[in-house]
Ligand binder design. Structure first.
Ligand SMILES: [Zn+2]
Length: 412
């Protein structure tokens, strides 16, 4: 029986979101949390974007050190030979790539303005796949952008050509959130059956159905005989109305009526990390978690009305589908209401020593402390808000990696 994998794309689609972004340290922490959670793959950034190079290289180094293991780190580029060459020049150790190109008539005409035919699109994709393999890519996914507005015959041709030339996965992009669960199911099933390649679902929420379409797409791919790789983002962050929310999608495939009995995860996922990762992403993006967000919203386990409160006190299962502790909630959280010493870009040694001492971090000598403080200052310049405990601990533990994450060298 084929299985369900998760590919989180917060560090790619999430940061493409208008008005929002993440520092390189925040992106790194997200990779660390996704790894702890058991997520199969993180689409960790843009290998052709120069300001990402050192961040991507540093994260691959963390993988080599065994820190970012077993998660797979994969980069997103356009499906062109030029992009493949640039990616391997700027990030030589990259081994996993997704190559993206538009496939719908709308986009082929609307973006390439009549200069490209469908055959040109196929050739560009195939050439890019060949180039990526020649440069040493171990796994390649091909993304059909706007796939949900592309006719089935062409999608099958596209997926077959990708497979023939050595791609491992086909990403079915519902770029505009146009699918419903019914069409998502039919299409992914037909693609799995006719192209015989593992399917990635990539669903957007423009019609409020990103999670539902992901679940239906997963069912379609598996019923069609192929593994499925569901694309998610933390807190559903993503372009316009966002992507399928990570926690909600995991809940949906593991808790919804009858689904988990037939459709299984490829490996265990530690859902108890959901609360921590949602809170961190909310802080890092500066976007509050909606009160009614599944599992992690303030109201997800709140009961006020008489009948519900009475019922849940007698037996939580009367009004709760799953327990708050399953998402890692329930621990009291300390919020400082008095004096606060926090990190900043102009922090001094005394305050820094106090902060690190509270986390039981000690330094071997004054110069080591000064070195870490200097890095923390730089991290604050990029984040423009106090660092969280895990960021400070990360810098203290991996100063050489932090140095790379914090280095921006324009126009290399
Ligand atoms: Zn997207």
């Amino acid at each position: 029986m084929p299985k369900i994998y998760f590919i989180d794309v917060t560090n790619r689609d999430g940061v493409q979101t208008a008005h929002l972004g993440l520092s390189k340290l925040e992106k790194t922490l997200i990779n660390m949390y996704l790894n702890e959670m058991g997520i199969f793959q993180s689409e960790f950034g843009f290998p052709t974007t120069r300001h990402e190079s050192l961040y991507l290289r540093a994260n691959l180094e963390l993988a080599e050190m065994g820190v970012l293991q077993p998660i797979r780190l994969e980069g997103w580029i356009r499906a062109t030979v030029t992009d493949v060459e640039t990616a391997f020049r700027l990030v030589p150790n990259i081994r996993h790539l997704n190559l993206s190109i538009s496939t719908s008539e709308q986009m082929i005409h609307g973006k390439f303005l009549g200069k490209k035919s469908r055959d040109d699109i196929l050739k560009m994709m195939v050439d890019a796949v060949e180039a990526a393999r020649a440069h040493g890519a171990e796994t390649i996914g091909v993304n059909a952008e706007d796939a949900s507005r592309t006719d089935m015959d062409f999608l099958v041709r596209f997926a077959l050509a990708a497979k023939e030339h050595g791609a491992q996965r086909f990403r079915y992009c519902d770029t505009l959130g146009y699918d419903s669960p019914f069409t998502s199911y039919e299409t992914t099933k037909a693609l799995a059956e006719n192209a015989g390649i593992p399917i990635e679902t990539h669903c957007h929420g423009d019609l409020g159905m990103a999670v539902a379409n992901s679940v239906a797409g997963a069912k379609g791919a598996i019923d069609g005989g192929q593994d499925v790789y569901i694309n998610t983002t933390i807190n559903g962050m993503g372009e316009r109305a966002g992507n399928a929310d990570l926690a909600a999608t995991i809940l949906a495939v593991t808790k919804s009526k009858g689904f988990a009995e037939r459709y299984q995860l490829a490996g265990p996922i530690d859902l108890t990390k959901a609360w921590k990762i949602a809170k961190f992403a909310s802080y890092a993006f500066g976007v509050p978690i909606a009160v009614n967000q599944p599992g992690v919203g303030v109201n997800a386990f709140a009961h006020a009305s008489g009948i519900h409160a009475d019922g849940v006190l007698k037996d939580p299962q009367n009004y709760e589908l799953y327990g708050f502790d399953e998402l890692g909630r329930g621990e009291p959280e300390l919020v400082e209401t008095g004096r606060e010493i926090c990190s900043g870009e102009y922090s001094g040694i005394s305050g820094f020593k106090h902060i690190m001492g509270q986390m039981a971090v000690s330094f071997k000598d004054a110069s080591e402390m000064q070195e870490i403080l200097e890095l923390v200052r730089y991290a604050n310049v990029e984040a423009q808000k106090p660092l969280v405990e895990d960021e400070l601990l990360f810098i203290a533990k991996y100063p050489q990696i932090a140095r790379k994450l914090l280095t921006l060298k324009p126009l290399e």
